[in-house]
Design a protein around this ligand. Structure first.
Ligand code: NAP
Length: 276
């Protein structure tokens, strides 16, 4: 049976560290959830961020986009009352690109701007995409060896697979990374070589035990809904019998991702205070 890598425990450590740094802060400027036409899933996500903010005494405000995204983002950038901004999906494509091109790197809690992503490529990130950072956090917390190991990531999105590959390739972290996607040939062969297998596909129970090397560490990023239940990308009941360790869904990467968002808030706050 695989060791269960509890994401809540990892998140707890992040929140404890954050609480200490917030206790020393001069003030707690707010987080803005900048939205256009949020759907039910986004509304529920926003509620969870607001509720976590309350626990940390951080105000989280929803802001509806006006007819000038440029003006909105410029004033968010300039406001000392705002420490961080999240641009919520779904957002009209062109407006989203405009918002991302204008948003200050220091307020980019989700690591989505070109500067944030460029820093990830350079190996010197402050604000990496939180889900990719959550995977790195679980690796660090549970001391999963990656240096010189084969890490296979299934999924090449800009929020997970691509930034995670860059982070794992950083000198000093030194993983050998394979990134797979929907056009990858012989996927099973590639995943079966992995010492660490990261699943970020978005398909329930996609990764079966036959795709996993015995003893491998499986990090399941997927959040899928099946018959009213949340399940990951890995077929948990099968894979846990083969893997050396596995993150559960729920209670794995998702819990850490939200904690990382708030850690980014703490970083943003420090940058604001340093500027005076
Ligand atoms: N835990 C968290 O906090 C968190 C945060 C974000 C996302 N998620 C979850 O993580 C999952 C992935 O999210 P995402 O935003 O990265 O999704 P995405 O943008 O839809 O990307 C999915 C990736 O999976 C690849 N893929 C799809 N079918 C495949 C197949 N048959 N074989 C191999 N690769 C395949 C796609 O390949 P192509 O590029 O070729 O299409 C794509 O690269 C989703 O379940 C999402 O809900 C969780």
């Amino acid at each position: 049976m695989a060791r269960i890598l509890d994401g809540k425990e990892v998140a707890q450590r992040i929140y404890e560290n954050l609480k200490q740094s917030l206790a020393n802060a001069r003030s707690l400027p707010k987080i803005v959830l900048y939205c256009d036409q949020p759907d039910a899933a986004t509304r529920s996500y926003m509620k969870s961020i607001i509720s976590r903010g309350k626990k940390l005494c951080i105000e989280v405000e929803m802001l509806q986009a006006s007819n000038s995204v440029e003006n909105d983002v410029r004033s968010l950038n300039e406001s000392d009352d705002v420490a961080g901004v999240m641009i919520m999906h779904p957002f009209k494509d062109t407006d989203e690109m405009t918002a991302l091109s204008l948003l200050k790197h220091e307020k980019d809690l989700e690591g989505r701007t070109a500067s944030s992503l460029g820093a990830v490529v350079n190996g010197e990130w402050l604000f990496a995409p939180p889900t990719a950072e959550a995977v790195m956090e679980v690796i660090d917390y549970y001391e999963i060896p990656v240096a010189g190991k084969d890490v296979v990531i299934v999924g090449r999105s800009t929020t997970v697979g691509k930034p995670l590959a860059m982070m794992l390739l950083k000198k000093g972290i030194d993983a050998t990374v394979t990134v797979c996607h929907s056009r990858t040939g012989e996927l099973d062969k590639k995943t079966s070589r992995a010492d660490v297998l990261v699943c970020a596909v978005g398909r329930a129970n996609f990764v079966r035990s036959t795709m996993v090397k015995p003893g491998a560490n499986v990090i399941d990023v997927g959040i899928n809904f099946e018959q009213g239940k949340i399940v990951g990308d890995a077929r948990f009941d099968e894979v846990e019998k083969v893997a050396g360790s596995i993150t559960p869904v729920p209670g794995g990467i998702g819990s850490i991702t939200t904690a990382i968002l708030f850690r980014h808030y703490g970083t943003s706050l420090k940058l604001m205070e340093a500027r005076g």
